[in-house]
Design a protein around this ligand. Sequence first.
Ligand code: SF4
Ligand code: ZN
Length: 343
Amino acid sequence: MPVQCSSCSKNRAVLRRPKTGHSLCKECFFIAFEEEVHRTIVAAELFKHGERVGIAASGGKDSTVLAHVMKVLNERYSYGLELMLLSVDEGITGYRDDSLETVKRNQEQYELPLKIVSYEELYGWTMDAIVKQVGLKNNCTFCGVFRRQALDRGAIMLKVDKICTGHNADDIAETVLMNVLRGDIARLRRCTAISTSSEGDGVVPRCKPLKYAYEKEIVLYAYFKKLDYFSTECIYSPNAYRGYARTFLKDLESIRPSSIMDVIHSGENLSVRDGVKMPVQGTCSRCGYISSQALCKACVLLEGLNRGLPKLGIGKHHRLHGKLLSQEPLTEKEERKLKAVEF
Ligand code: SF4
Ligand code: ZN
């Protein structure tokens, strides 16, 4: 027998909400999903009237749903935001070039301006070229560090006040787990924050309106709304460590559906004892970006690539930063040692 929507009691239910277990019709699910995002935005005061907001858009399901929902809510609740799409082109043939085509279609569908910044123009290296040099083991380290800065640089070009990203509840729970497993206290404290203020010049505040949205619901929303998104995985994935955290969480979720929220809440409620040493933020002496070392991670990674010593930025070689700063060549012994580092 067809199940009735438990919200409107009129239409036939087409899905059971993973988050609440309610059987809903399409329209009631859309409203429930959008209203939850709206409540998240209002409760955390993510935006102010009149702000320019860049939506980090990759063409994937999360950022496509984010762009769609932000546009809907901005109109429905008169947020008064000026929305635009901001994309990063990592230079991955057969992946990003295709997903950027999706973003370009989204730009027309949602009538939002779009800015694309590329690794090639910012750093002189595409991910294709980086992978040729470093192989497939640490490529995501390069990509992650470069992306963070690329988004900031794009945001500054667009003169936006804020960037919002499509991180969903599953992503955040995975990150909490990874930071616990790595013992990364500084990141653990930051990763559950729904918004971050500017940490210094060149760093644009960020926020995550989908922080409490389950990935499963985002997929359902995109599917039933027939949104145009790109679902292929990066050809240089998998980021093995995140993959394990993801599988582990999915297993937990199948036994206890609230696991994702539970992990996020645990992360939010962990506090760091006074006296625990935290990295002190300064600025990179080469590019001016925030950094707790003399050179920021992106500059060290780039220097390594440009010197043909890509391992320079992987692991801890702070000792060598002085030499990098003064452009001094490494000694043969230092080079030999670096080349011998196992990834
Ligand atoms: Fe970049 Fe790795 Fe993500 Fe591919 S999987 S886009 S290489 S971070
Ligand atoms: Zn730098």
